[in-house]
Design a protein around this ligand. Sequence first.
Ligand code: HEC
Length: 437
Amino acid sequence: MRSLTLALIAAIVACSSAFANSCQQFSASTTMANGVPAAQWRTDYPIKYPDARVKQTWEFFDFHTQPIDYMNAVLKDARTSFRISNRKLVGTGQEPWWISEWLDYGSSGREPLMGLTKERGPDPGDLSKTSRDGYQVWAVGFYNRAGAAVLGDVFDEPCNPSLPVAIKFPVGTASIKFLFTDASPDEVTYLQGAPEYDAYIDPLGSGVSAHPAKERSSRPVRLLQVDISVKVRGSSETGWVFGTFVWIGPPKGDRLFDNLVPVSLQWGNDPEVYDSSVKQGWINQDLRLVTYGWDKRPTMGFLGRANGPADNIRSSCLSCHAAARTPRASIGILDNRFDMNDVTDTKKVKAHVDTWFQNIKGGQLFQPFEPAASALDYSLQLEAAIFRMCRACQTGDLHGSTPNVCRTSGLYNRAICSAPIEEGTKRELEMMPPPRQ
Ligand code: HEC
């Protein structure tokens, strides 16, 4: 089956310019919505897992004591794979990086030009002291060979993905995610002179609000942030290390990787730390007053934990990602209601930290008292993929039998996907907020 699927994908890739969705019973890909050829990222997932005994280049550094070297070693792997061409981020065609299936549906589904999905819209004062409201952030994320082999197992049957009770990414897995924004460089001054890329995004000023894909138009965006994650060898707080870079001008070298400056790296959530004495991460102090250090954003993440400029100060990289499960827990992946004026209220801070900043080992379930079909080992892409696929089944955009995981997770319970439903209701369903809140 797998080889048949691969042959099919190869045929599709060869004869059309779109990466499309590999599920033949689905024809509502947002990469098709704007009538332009879709980006050609890889979904021909590797069949064989690489030998996990072979050390990756970054493993020669200790992330606790050499965070910058560690992060740069991960980035180095991507340097030869991605470049800017024709106002787009492109791969070599043979880059050892793969995207996830099923992120191309709904109001935050992949746009065609770079395959970007819509992310959380930053709050005013998030990206810089003077950044205003209404800006959009769009991103595309990839897994390396080890991670993509897991995607291959999951999406062996693209219309009926299979998820074990606990997904386990192998040691050596790395993921990289490029985040772009339409924020003005007049306000976010470190983006001045940054190369422009084109992407089909929502109307100007939309912020996080949802729009149907056909309302998108091609507008310039700039690279803001590059996120990385790595599954580590041996025991550690969580089994993962998450880190982020920010693009800082003026442009130099390749104007892509050569401008990336490490912002933060995190290996634990500092459970039970209710003040700013966090230790399970590293923050680049040189970026004080550049990416943090003002009233609205005194720190990158909650009480000094790691996060990127596009991320919510109430969270951290690991706190959101530790909540990856299908279905999502009823409290979601982040509590946006925490009032940042309450950071001195010990009771409220304790409740927030104890809920969100645990050290959950990859494969363990967040909020285990709520049943789940699968713990997703920190992969929020897999979570978004399954959620969107089940939504497509519910709205009648995916035809035929309901994928098993939709039923086991309770996301959609009928045996057969809906007949196409009324436009109004469908729109409402499609417009559910993007997953990164
Ligand atoms: C508010 C929650 C949230 C925070 C905080 C967050 N992320 Fe994510 N991240 C997501 C979601 C949702 C996705 C999947 C959807 C997508 O890629 O559009 C994702 C995807 C990713 C991916 C792609 C692989 C995967 O795990 O799905 C990487 C790598 C990543 N994030 C790294 C980071 C790093 C590094 C940080 C901190 C600097 C961070 N994230 C902070 C929500 C978050």
